[in-house]
Write a protein that binds this ligand. Structure first.
Ligand code: BGC
Length: 417
């Protein structure tokens, strides 16, 4: 017995020594600061700490990540990048072209990332054929959330499938003294609603032409006119408190039964879940009106910076490996509201909204309905996206701007290089 204890102690000491020899620090920049987001990122921290590494949290508040990107730029310019930063879409290519990202190919090859990721995702994570980023999830942006309490109070029997049904339901909510649409105040929230309207009004092909290819004919078409008119009409169903409100506080209005609907990606589900609410019972999920045959994807990922210190490099590689591991992909996405990006993951622990998302992701990839989210950095280079986002938001916030003028401004913004 005594001997066994001694052996165990020696083994434990050996492990501790092994851990400390390879233990490093990872400094991770992210913008996951709401209730559901913080719970999700805490899971990554736990995994890294269990591997013996030190987690240095670099959280920059601000939904959509605009503030985080500003802070990241100044850190990299001063020659002191974090180990990893939450960054996605074409911005990954921009960072890589600066020569500041690490080549993660050795790990990616050993772990067969090419086989585990859909090609459309893998391509975004690579620069000149080498992995420079690791993906954590697939968010769907074209969701609409419903508060079961509010809808019941207003006599709305089901989630609307078309914009006509939506406005009829919104009128009922208004008549019941409720806020029909919970909305917040940042420009990315306006753009999020706008892209779902464009998708619902024009369909996936039109969405691609207008918001991915930035085709001038599409951007100045009658369908765009109709999209802008629908978008403006929705504003009439928001409350005067919307300007300046964070997206998660808009979700809270549904949780409290004060508002009927929110047009928002499925990170909103993370808020409902963090508040102990159940899908199908307390809250409802449905594709944004008119967009059931489409899927705007938004893949969160971490870019990995070149580091000098060997222990920090090891910790960074362990971080990338953890991000792609089945254990993390499951627990993170259960909390975050998204679905795993890694192929072959069992979905039995996930709720019906996530199961619908996983099915629609596969189905729309085949049908042509799978499109990148413009409002969430997946479709357009950051400078162009910013210009379009501003034009869309100005139109939303200033009722004096006509639809015709907004259309011209958006088309001009799309030419920003
Ligand atoms: C990100 C999500 C995040 C949301 C709100 C999106 O752009 O992809 O991970 O929860 O913004 O901050």
């Amino acid at each position: 017995m005594w001997k066994m204890k001694r052996v165990a102690a020696v083994v434990a000491l050996g492990w501790a020594a092994a851990l400390s020899a390879s233990a490093g620090e990872v400094e991770v920049l992210h913008y996951w600061t709401s209730g559901g987001e913080a719970k999700s990122v805490a899971e990554l921290k736990k995994i890294m700490q269990a591997k013996g590494h030190t987690w240095r949290d670099f959280a920059v508040a601000g939904g959509g990540g605009d503030s985080a990107m500003t802070v990241l730029k100044s850190r990299v310019i001063s020659g002191n990048p974090p180990s990893a930063a939450q960054t996605k879409g074409p911005a990954i290519q921009e960072w890589a072209s600066e020569g500041v990202l690490a080549n993660m190919d050795a790990l990616a090859k050993a772990e067969k990332w090419d086989e585990l990721l859909p090609k459309v995702v893998a391509d975004v994570m690579k620069y000149k054929g080498a992995y420079v980023a690791a993906p954590v999830n697939v968010h769907r942006v074209n969701w609409m959330w419903g508060s079961a309490d509010a809808l019941k109070k207003a006599g709305v029997a089901a989630m609307p499938k078309t914009w006509d049904e939506f406005f009829a339901a919104a009128d009922k909510l208004k008549a019941a003294g409720l806020v029909p649409v919970a909305h917040g105040g940042q420009n990315w929230q306006d753009f999020t609603t706008f892209e779902s309207v464009v998708l619902g009004v024009g369909g996936p092909k039109f969405y691609q032409d207008a918001l991915v290819k930035l085709d001038n004919t599409a951007l100045t078409s009658d369908t765009m006119k109709k999209s802008l008119e629908t978008f403006r009409r929705i504003k009439g169903y928001t409350d005067p408190g919307a300007p300046g409100r964070d997206w998660n506080l808009a979700t809270a209005m549904l949780i409290q039964g004060k508002a009927g609907f929110q047009l928002m990606g499925d990170w909103a589900k993370g808020e409902f879940l963090a508040a102990g609410k159940q899908p199908g019972k307390d809250f409802l999920c449905a594709a944004a009106p008119g967009s059931a045959n489409a899927f705007t994807f938004n893949v969160d990922s971490f870019i990995l910076f070149k580091l000098k210190d060997a222990a920090a490099q090891k910790a960074q590689s362990d971080l990338a490996s953890a991000i792609m591991s089945p254990a993390f992909q499951e627990v993170f996405n259960l909390n975050k509201g998204s679905i795993p990006v890694r192929a072959g993951m069992p979905m039995d622990k996930f709720d019906d909204c996530a199961k619908a998302s996983a099915k629609d992701f596969v189905d729309t990839a085949k049908s042509g309905g799978l499109v990148p989210s413009a409002a969430h950095g997946m479709a357009i280079a950051p400078a162009t996206e910013g210009a379009i986002k501003d034009a869309v938001s100005q139109f939303w916030n200033d009722d004096k701007i006509t639809v015709a003028d907004a259309m011209k401004k958006i088309a001009a913004a799309a030419k920003t290089k």
